[in-house]
Ligand binder design. Structure first.
Ligand code: BDR
Ligand code: CA
Length: 313
């Protein structure tokens, strides 16, 4: 039976790929709705992008606009230097025929969890603002949350100035701290994993052989990211951060990790947003997060390809 999920996202080139992967596998994912959060680019743009991507794959999954800025700190960080000014690498998709729903994303998360007959899995792939807001606004939802699997965090080096934090957590560390201390089942798919999830030249070639609209869109969009990241990291590939979460939920054997005590640094101006993981549990505290530390890169890329290949148009 398909897992009921809510994808909370900020598309974002890699968010766009994650959305297309999830929609392609209805036997695995019952996507109850998509919520958006300001992150890679503004809330308005990420919401439009989510609608455009869903329309591209002919999905009628509803989109709900969430929070435009982090809980406490000003929303100063965006990532248009990676995702392009529009968030989709400069690829122009048709304007969507529909709009976001009137209900706020946080209220949708609460109502969907409360009304669903089975426990729901939350899949945040942007800053954790909406998820924290939902948990604070109505803590009773906790009893019907199966788990939260988020893309964010890093044990071994980040991707924001300072190099200690990961973008999603850096953007809203207070929200992240609410989530990781919630007592729920939490899995962190961070940079330790996603930096091994590189879309390399050979997989661009494979993608080029898939004759459908999503593959063409993905090629064009990721080519732009590829060039940017090549300059920054010197790698011959571009990161598929958010798709790792979908791949993990699709096939858990692709990722290894362990349950650890973990907290988010919020007090220090120098390291705000750092995810501090006690990998060897020196403090002998209860583990609160499953922290992923490796991925089967080839197996992951095969999942990405096979899901995108499913589209018939
Ligand atoms: C994360 O930050 C965003 O730019 C990506 O979409 C991903 O969610 C990677 O650090
Ligand atoms: Ca994202």
């Amino acid at each position: 039976m398909a897992i009921p999920i809510i994808i909370d996202c900020d598309p974002g080139t890699d968010d766009a790929v994650a959305l297309m992967m999830a929609v392609a596998a209805p036997e695995v994912f019952n996507v109850l709705g998509v919520t958006t959060v300001g992150g890679n680019v503004s809330l308005e743009l990420v919401t439009q992008n989510a609608l455009k991507v869903l329309e591209l794959v002919e999905s009628d999954i509803k989109v709900y606009k969430g929070c435009s800025r982090p809980l406490v700190k000003p929303g100063i960080m965006d990532a248009d230097y990676v995702h392009g000014l529009d968030g989709l690498g400069g690829v122009v998709l048709p304007e969507p025929n529909r709009q976001a729903e009137a209900k706020h994303g946080v209220d949708f998360i609460i109502d969907a969890i409360k009304s669903h007959p089975e426990p729901v899995t939350l899949v945040p792939i942007g800053p954790l603002t909406n998820i924290a807001m939902a948990l604070v606004k109505d803590p009773s939802i906790k009893k019907n949350i199966h788990e939260i699997v988020f893309m964010g965090g890093a044990m071994r080096g980040g991707n924001v100035p300072g190099g200690y934090a990961e973008f999603n957590i850096f953007n809203d560390p207070h929200a992240a701290q609410v989530v990781v201390t919630s007592g729920l089942n939490i899995a962190m798919i961070g940079l330790d994993v996603t930096h091994d999830a590189l879309m390399t030249e050979d997989y661009f070639e494979r993608l080029g052989l898939i004759n459908n609209v999503p593959a063409k869109f993905m090629t064009e969009m990721l080519r732009a990211t590829f060039e940017i990241e090549k300059k920054r990291y010197g790698f011959g590939g571009c990161f598929l951060h958010d798709p790792c979460v979908i791949a993990f939920l699709f096939d858990r054997s692709l990722v290894t990790g362990r349950h650890c005590p973990m907290f988010v640094e919020i007090g220090s101006p120098a390291t705000s947003g750092q995810t501090v993981v006690d990998w060897h549990n020196w403090q002998q505290s209860p583990a609160n997060v499953f922290v992923a530390d490796s991925i089967n890169t080839q197996g992951f890329l095969e999942v990405v390809m096979s899901l995108i290949e499913r589209y018939k148009h």
